[in-house]
Unconditional design. Structure first.
Length: 103
């Protein structure tokens, strides 16, 4: 499900069963990331699928990438393997107005 930043952030804040998932490359993550996000690079192909399959399917996943395209695809893949609640951040990290962490 696609959510704008306001809805994504509001829902995330109120969700006690949430995981933030960053599907960007390591190089992109090095430039900054949303606090508490776990990184699983969607460009890793089968390794991405394997990592997603190992996630707790009972959690709610708030997914983002650089612009929202890869994260939309990731949400679709997640739905196909049984993760019902995957929320795509429209506009991605490029339009993120919230807190940013760095390594």
């Amino acid at each position: 499900m696609d959510l704008n930043q306001e809805d994504w952030t509001k829902q995330l804040t109120e969700d006690n069963n949430s995981v933030i998932l960053d599907v960007r490359t390591e190089e992109e993550v090095d430039l900054g990331f949303i606090p508490k996000a776990i990184n699983i690079d969607i460009y890793q192909g089968q390794n991405f699928i394997n990592a997603i399959e190992n996630l707790d399917k009972s959690k709610n996943y708030y997914v983002y990438c650089r612009s929202g395209a890869r994260s939309a695809k990731a949400c679709s893949v997640m739905n196909q393997i049984g993760i019902k609640n995957a929320y795509n951040l429209l506009g991605g990290f490029n339009e993120w107005q919230g807190e940013v962490s760095s390594i």
